[in-house]
Design a binder for this molecule. Structure first.
Ligand code: C5P
Length: 224
């Protein structure tokens, strides 16, 4: 299909990427691809199968026999289907959150994911959020953003998010986990979190979600 465009939103955990990318997609009438949800869904399957998370060969074999679908129905939350099963809630558990980066650091797994993501990007214009979309998956994306925020603010957003869901939060443990996720995301050999040279940096530390979306829209419309 010609004329499809991709807009990428990369950045660290808790910067607000998914919420901002989803709102931006809705505003522009584009699809939304949450690539973190794909890594999380594969993690659900690996944990259920009790696959050793440092056994790359088994993880790659698992990825090859897995089908992940992102169902983006306007208005509704993104539905994540793992081999047809709705795992939208299961992928957000802290066990999955704290194990996904083991899966994400395996180069062979990333290769499979990148292939799936590029295929999705060919079918429909979309906004994608992740870590390596502007650098590896879609280096030729029409617009690239890197959404960042201060570490403490990112932690607080996660804490508020979990509390809003009625969950108990161990704040010190959450800070430690987020710091560890950052370390893994920034330092892995393949597809590390990195701002693409041509990505626009948006620091959302003192911005609301809507302000971040508006800033992106202005850049896309050439008004910023
Ligand atoms: O974005 P989210 O926090 O849901 O991503 C979960 C994990 O998946 C991240 O910590 C990161 O390790 C991994 N990920 C990745 N590449 C992407 C998206 C997510 O490595 N494009």
């Amino acid at each position: 299909m010609d004329n499809v465009i991709v807009i990428t939103v990369d950045g660290p955990a808790g910067a607000g990427k998914s919420t901002v990318a989803k709102k931006l997609a809705k505003k522009l009438g584009l699809g939304f691809m949450d690539t973190g949800a794909m890594y999380r869904a594969l993690t659900v399957k690996a944990l259920r199968r009790k696959i050793k998370l440092d056994d790359e060969m088994s993880l790659v074999a698992l990825a090859h026999e897995t089908h992940i679908d992102l169902v983006d129905e306007s208005g509704a939350a993104l539905k994540v289907l793992l081999d047809g099963e709705d795992v939208s809630e299961a992928i957000r558990s802290s066990e999955v959150t704290n194990n996904t980066f083991y899966i994400a650091r395996a180069p062979g797994v990333r290769e499979v994911m990148v292939h799936w993501q590029r295929e999705m990007g060919k079918r429909r214009s979309m906004v994608g959020d992740g870590r390596d979309l502007g650098t590896v998956v879609f280096p030729g994306a029409a617009h690239k953003f890197y959404l960042d925020a201060d570490f403490k603010v990112r932690c607080q957003r996660r804490i508020d998010e979990l509390k809003a869901k009625g969950q108990k939060v161990d704040e010190a443990a959450l800070e430690k986990d987020l710091a560890e996720r950052d370390r893994c995301d920034f330092t892995r050999k393949v597809g590390p979190l990195k701002k693409a040279d041509d990505a626009i940096l948006i620091d959302s530390t003192r911005m609301t979600i809507d302000e971040a979306v508006e800033t992106m829209v202005k850049h896309i419309q050439g008004m910023a």
